[in-house]
Design a protein around this ligand. Structure first.
Ligand code: AHR
Length: 307
């Protein structure tokens, strides 16, 4: 698909009067691919006509897509903001055009919360805390320094900001935990590998890798193996998402712990969209339910994992 291209998919049957413009972040990770599929399939099932646009991880493309949805006079706009800041002008344009907006997956930092109707997605701070809690428990009997390297998600994105903050809050209570290197891997496998290779060269004695998503963790595993070390043993690995490839690496012992982040937001998004279009009240915040996985739990869950 071309840069920022928009495709339309008409659905059959049902209450098909609602048209949704959806601006997706991109296709940077397995999580994102599963999320796109969930949105597209749920629109069909719900009888909502979906105009889908892929921003290829660029805010300017998302702004263009939202403006184009306003021009086309869609009934509702939903989007997953690539970064948190800089949305007020375009959201104001949607508000002036009386087109309701739903935030999905990621938040914006706008002070004016009337610019959107609701925010559906995970609690990323909580995810970061769960990652930190596992680490604290894992090293509870040791007083030695624990050297952590961190692969951050897309700079300025809500999941990168919040997963860092939640994790830091929990490990910060004990000075033996030190983040000795931290850098963005942009939520991609390729970048995760590249940055981990650099960490391995620049940073001696890495005990733990905390990657803000599975894909970066999987890329880092290649770098670790390439350096002759054993992922999951020489370097313990914590990631977020729990997509199939991540769960497989967890079951294989290469990852130690995964905090789940569910991409299956489509059905709830379509329900909220229908309500918002009808002018019904919706909760200001809808938080996704999520769990965590150890290696044993991954082995059990893998056969029935949907994505
Ligand atoms: O916003 C959710 C995050 O975006 C996922 O954890 C990551 O894999 C994706 O790219």
């Amino acid at each position: 698909s071309g840069s920022g291209g928009t495709t339309s998919a008409s659905s059959g049957g049902g209450d098909s009067t609602v048209t949704m413009g959806f601006s997706q972040v991109g296709a940077e990770s397995g999580w994102r691919t599963a999320n796109t599929k969930s949105v597209q399939e749920s629109a069909k099932t719900a009888g909502i006509t979906l105009k889908f646009s892929d921003a290829q991880q660029k805010q300017e493309n998302q702004i263009k897509a939202i403006r184009s949805f306003i021009q086309q006079r869609v009934d509702v706009i939903a989007f997953s903001p690539v970064v948190e800041s800089g949305w007020d002008p375009v959201l104001k344009e949607a508000q002036n055009a009386k087109i309701p907006v739903i935030l999905t997956d990621r938040a914006v930092d706008s002070k004016d919360t009337t610019l959107y109707k609701t925010f559906l997605g995970s609690d990323f701070i909580e995810e970061g805390k769960k990652a930190g809690q596992w680490l604290v428990e894992e090293y509870k009997d040791s007083t030695d320094k624990v050297n952590i390297v961190e692969l951050q998600g897309t700079t300025g994105s809500a999941p990168a900001n919040d997963r860092k903050a939640g994790f830091q809050e929990v490990i910060g209570a004990d000075t033996k935990f030190q983040i000795v290197a931290t850098q963005t891997g942009d939520f991609t496998r390729a970048k995760g590998k590249e940055v981990m290779e650099a960490f391995l060269k620049s940073t001696p004695d890495i005990d733990v890798l905390y990657a803000h998503n599975d894909d970066m963790g999987l890329g880092a595993i290649e770098a670790i193996e390439g350096a002759g070390k054993v992922p999951g043993k020489d370097i313990k690995i914590i990631t977020v998402d729990a997509v199939k490839d991540g769960m497989q690496a967890l079951a294989d012992g290469k990852i130690n712990f995964i905090v789940e982040c569910s991409p299956l937001l489509g059905p709830q998004l379509m329900d909220l969209a229908k309500k918002v279009v009808k002018g019904e009240e919706v909760p200001a915040r809808v938080v996704t339910e999520e769990t965590t996985f150890t290696q044993d739990q991954a082995k059990q869950a893998l056969p029935s994992r949907q994505y």
